[in-house]
Design a protein around this ligand. Sequence first.
Ligand code: KG4
Ligand code: ZN
Length: 343
Amino acid sequence: MLILGIESSCDETAASVVKDCTELKSSVIASQALEHRQYGGVVPELASRRHCENIYFTVEKAMTEANVTFSELDGIAVTYTPGLIGALLVGVNFAKGLAFAAGKPLIPVHHITGHIAANYLAHPELKPPYLCLVVSGGHTMLTEVKTYTEFQILGTTRDDAAGECFDKCARVLGYPYPGGVEIDKAAKKGNNRKYSLPEPKVNGSALDFSFSGLKTAVINIVHHAQQTGEVIDRESMAASLQRAVSEILTERTRLAAQQTGYRTIALAGGVSANSGLRESMAEMCRKENFQLYMPPLSLCGDNAAMIACQGSYEFLAGRTADESLNAYASKTLIGEMKTNSAS
Ligand code: KG4
Ligand code: ZN
């Protein structure tokens, strides 16, 4: 079974061919990150235009590198939600046209489920059910992965996502976009106990997250220092922030595992590349004797291999779409994922 995956939800135009769910035949990513850097973040209109320019060549390259023809494909998978609407529409319409022209099934993929599936590419032995911590630029959630295509959310962020918190704090500290990776680099040279940051509390659900208080605390310390002429130790602030975020994510994950009884845990999303988070999760899982799976760094950020992989499982579950498929900026996970009413 050969599935072509297409991803265009943010600032990466990507295409990939995957064989039999987990065998990577090609993965091509045209990143716009450096272009958006000069504006301090992703400019949606610019992203859409670049996707239009890049998508044809990206797909062509992925097909050539995989040495596969369109007639050999079993289906075309595409990210249809969530993301920047103009950016998503480029991928969805391109995939629709291609599926129609090639006479192949069209497979809609939820971007977050794609991030989870990145683990199967590196660790085909990982099989549902298990517990997954999803940490990306727009989402932070703990979910049960019940089957390859069924999920149950146990906890989610009440405000900012972990990636958003890293990015906003990085910006106020003067690091360029995308800030998460800059915080990670700087943290390696800093003292992670120098600044004491609040531990965000969430009333009601023990498995929900809140990162806006942490972000505000960093912004306030930086602004106060600017007003009083004090010099901020940026590397130690980065290290302190990274420790605080990693500890919260790790502790909530431990609690979720304890409550649900899962002993297999996976990490997913762009922030799963963070070295502090990877270390603290690894340490917790060692202590608790949990089996931990993490995507390799090359598959943590946005890519189309994860979309082709999840698309393969969606295809096997019979979840295809017709030409009426639309893109959605923020389709809730209900329908895609079953939401726990208690969360
Ligand atoms: O999953 P992703 O590539 O895109 C979304 O679906 O949102 O995640 C992007 C997020 C950004 O906030 C970025 O700063 C963060 O992942 N990120 C990191 C690291 N690498 C990427 N955050 C912390 N440490 C990193 N090494
Ligand atoms: Zn993503």
